[in-house]
Design a protein around this ligand. Structure first.
Ligand SMILES: [Zn+2]
Length: 180
C-alpha cells in the first residue's frame, strides 16, 4: 500500500501543475468562425455618435454622390473586446470599415477610441468617407479623400479635427483607453 502513495502524490502534483498553468495565465483562443467580428467589440450607443454617423452618411451622398455599394445599415463599434470576446486572439483599438454584407448594404465601422475621446469624431468621419468606395483599402488616394472628407464633416458639425493622420501610432495603443 505504502508504495502507492508516491504515485498518487505525483499525480496530484501533475494535476495541480496543469491547473496552475490553466489559471495562471489567460489563454487566447482563435475567434470561432461563426462569431462575426462586430460581435466581439463594444456597441456604441451614444446618441451624438449615432447622429454624427447619420449626418455623415447623408453629407457623403450629397457632396460626393452615391456610394458604389448601397449603404443601408452601418453598425458602430468601439474596437475594445467585449467580456465574451476577451479570450479571443483578436486585435483592439483599431479604426476601420468592414463590409458585413455587400448585397444587403450592411457595414460596421470600428473606432479605436470611445465617443468621449477628443479624436473620436475625426476617426469616425474618416471611416464614413470609406463608405464611398469600401473596397478600396490601402489606397493612399482614398486615405487622403477620407481625411479631407472628415475635415469637412467635422467642421460642419463643430467637432475637433486632428489632421495629423500620418502619425497615428496612438490608434493602436492609445494610452487613454488602455486601462479602461
Ligand atoms: Zn482610412
Amino acid at each position: 500500500m505504502s508504495s502507492d502513495f508516491p504515485k498518487v502524490g505525483k499525480r496530484i502534483a501533475a494535476a495541480a501543475g496543469i491547473l496552475f498553468l490553466l489559471s495562471g495565465c489567460t489563454t487566447l483562443i482563435d475567434k470561432p468562425p461563426d462569431i462575426p467580428w462586430h460581435a466581439c467589440y463594444q456597441t456604441i450607443s451614444d446618441p451624438h455618435a449615432l447622429s454624427f454617423r447619420d449626418t455623415g452618411i447623408a453629407f457623403l451622398q450629397t457632396e460626393y454622390g452615391f456610394p458604389e455599394t448601397p449603404v443601408n445599415r452601418v453598425m458602430l463599434r468601439f474596437s475594445k473586446k467585449t467580456e465574451t470576446a476577451k479570450n479571443y486572439r483578436v486585435g483592439q483599438y483599431f479604426s476601420r470599415n468592414e463590409i458585413v454584407d455587400a448585397e444587403k448594404g450592411v457595414f460596421c465601422i470600428y473606432v479605436g477610441v470611445p465617443p468621449s475621446h477628443e479624436r473620436f469624431y475625426y476617426l469616425l468621419g474618416h471611416e464614413i468617407g470609406h463608405l464611398l468606395h469600401p473596397r478600396r483599402i490601402d489606397d493612399p488616394e482614398m486615405e487622403r479623400f477620407c481625411n479631407e472628407f472628415s475635415r469637412r464633416l467635422c467642421e460642419k458639425e463643430n467637432k475637433k479635427f486632428n489632421s495629423n493622420w500620418e502619425n497615428r501610432k496612438w490608434v493602436l495603443q492609445p494610452k487613454e483607453t488602455a486601462n479602461e
